[in-house]
Structure formats: structure tokens, C-alpha cells
Design a protein around this ligand. Structure first.
Ligand code: SF4
Ligand code: SF4
Length: 278
């Protein structure tokens, strides 16, 4: 019974993904979705299980297991552009597959349940950035730079829209290479910003165009960090370890940087009185 209680989160996560896997497999009559979502759900469940077992690198294990699968297998071997331009591309083609399903599940409607869990456990850009030395920001946030995410969001849409309007040929080949060039640029810019701002997650805070979807949807997230004010002794440890500068001392949905939480649970672990929970 105690075992079940300890690993209930892992079992629940696996069950949610398995439901999606079976539903998409039957609806779209494609066994790929069964394998794809079973794999991702299993990785997440193992990660949650490792976290429950207090393994220090549980989140990194999940990041690499899911991130590398998407980057190397889906992007490289299967040739599907899983970046935002791939989402626009398949959307314009009217194909409800690949990047469109990925975006719908992980980045548009999924955040209504698990917020920005994608950013904490699956993104292949930050699986590398999270290894850099600046786990928590060492400089104040540059709020105005957040406008850049909208600029890159519009540019990605314009890029793909222009290809369609001009009837450019060999679109699949262009999308394949744009996936790799885009990823290389993301890593370069992400690493440069991390060192310039002394913040591993600077890329997420200012540049990533996917946050244009993630932020408003995660405002309504079912799973979020909550505080029991009666237990809090105002020691401030939780704020010190948060990589996203979330004001987890408030339970309001409008709390400062509330839509930035990546569910890393560092604040929960650091709290000496167990005042925080998911
Ligand atoms: S430390 Fe807590 S509030 Fe900050 S991102 Fe991680 S889970 Fe969210
Ligand atoms: S770490 Fe826990 S006790 Fe300390 S301020 Fe945060 S919620 Fe309160």
C-alpha cells in the first residue's frame, strides 16, 4: 500500500499518456501513436518514480530520454520537423499528424493540465542548457526582452507562410534542413544568453517562440505549485532555488511569473516545513 502511495503519481502519468496513445491509435488508425505516446508516458512515469525515490538527476534523465527521442528519432531519422515552423508547415498542409499533434498535446492543450511540464521534462533545447553552471539567475530579469518571443513567433509563421505563397518547391527538404539549422541556432543563442545573463533559462524567458502558446494556457493549469501559508516560516529558501523566479509564496494564478513555472519541484524539495506541494 505504501509502495502504491509513493508511486501513485508515476502510475497516474503513465495511465494518462496510455489513454492518449490508445485514443490516437484507434482514431487515426496508426500504431505509431501507440508507440510514441507509450514511450513518452513511460519515460515521464519512470522520471516521476525516480523523483519519488529521491534520485537527484531524475528530471535530467527524463529530459534526455524524451528530448533525444524527439530530436534524433523524430527529427533526424523520421525527417519530421518538430519545431514551431514544422507545426505551421503541417497545419498549412492540413495534415493532423507529426508536429501538429505534438503541439496540440504538449504545448497547446496539455498545459491546461500540466502547465509548462514540457519545458521542465521534455524540451531538447533545455536538456543541454540545464547542464550549464547558472541553475538560478544571478542577474535581475530583463522584462522588456520578453517581447522577442513574439518577434520569433511571427517570423516563424512568416517564413513558412512565404514558402507556401511563393509555391516554393522541395518543401519537405527545406523543412528538414530548417529543423537542423533552427536547432543549431537555438543551442548557440541559448548558450550565449546563459553566459551573458548568467542564467541557464534565459532562452526560455526571452527568446523561445513556443512560450507564446505555453504561457497563456499554463495560466489555467490544473497541476501547479501551491503553498500552505500556515506551514510557511518565511525562510525564503524556495525563492532562492527557483530557476524561473516564480512567486510561489502566493497561490493566485496571477502571481509573479506564475506562467513560467516548469514544475521542476526544486522549491518543494528545498522547503524545510513541507509548506509547498504540487
Ligand atoms: S522551483 Fe518551484 S516554482 Fe520554480 S519553476 Fe521549479 S517548481 Fe516552479
Ligand atoms: S521554503 Fe517553505 S517555509 Fe521557506 S519560505 Fe518557502 S514555503 Fe515558506
Amino acid at each position: 500500500m505504501r509502495f502504491l502511495k509513493k508511486y501513485l503519481g508515476a502510475i497516474a502519468m503513465w495511465a494518462i499518456f496510455e489513454t492518449v496513445a490508445v485514443a490516437l491509435w484507434i482514431t487515426l488508425e496508426n500504431p505509431f501513436y501507440l508507440l510514441n505516446f507509450t514511450y513518452i508516458g513511460t519515460c515521464l512515469a519512470v522520471g516521476i518514480g525516480l523523483y519519488a525515490a529521491e534520485f537527484k538527476y531524475a528530471r535530467n534523465v527524463v529530459q534526455f530520454a524524451v528530448g533525444l527521442y524527439m530530436l534524433v528519432y523524430l527529427g533526424g531519422i523520421s525527417g519530421e520537423n518538430m519545431q514551431i515552423e514544422g507545426f505551421w508547415y503541417y497545419l498549412f498542409l492540413g495534415v493532423f499528424e507529426a508536429a501538429v499533434i505534438h503541439y496540440v498535446v504538449a504545448k497547446i492543450f496539455g498545459p491546461l493540465v500540466f502547465g509548462r511540464g514540457w519545458c521542465g521534462y521534455a524540451c531538447w533545447t533545455v536538456m543541454i542548457l540545464d547542464l550549464l553552471p547558472f541553475q538560478t539567475p544571478e542577474q535581475p530579469r530583463r522584462k522588456r526582452l520578453g517581447v522577442l518571443r513574439y518577434v520569433f513567433f511571427v517570423l516563424s509563421l512568416l517564413f513558412v507562410g512565404t514558402l507556401f505563397v511563393l509555391h516554393v518547391g522541395q518543401l519537405e527538404r527545406i523543412m528538414f534542413w530548417s529543423f537542423w539549422i533552427g536547432n543549431a541556432l537555438y543551442y548557440l543563442v541559448g548558450i550565449a544568453l546563459a553566459f551573458a545573463f548568467r542564467d541557464n533559462r534565459a532562452f526560455c524567458k526571452y527568446i523561445c517562440p513556443v512560450t507564446v502558446f505555453l504561457k497563456p494556457m499554463s495560466y489555467f493549469a490544473l497541476f501547479r505549485i501551491k503553498i500552505d501559508e500556515k506551514k510557511c516560516i518565511s525562510c525564503g529558501r524556495c525563492r532562492k532555488v527557483c530557476p524561473m523566479e516564480v512567486d510561489m509564496m502566493s497561490n493566485a494564478r496571477s502571481r509573479e511569473n506564475g506562467t513560467e513555472c516548469i514544475l521542476c519541484l526544486k522549491c518543494v524539495k528545498s522547503c524545510p516545513t513541507r509548506a509547498l506541494k504540487l
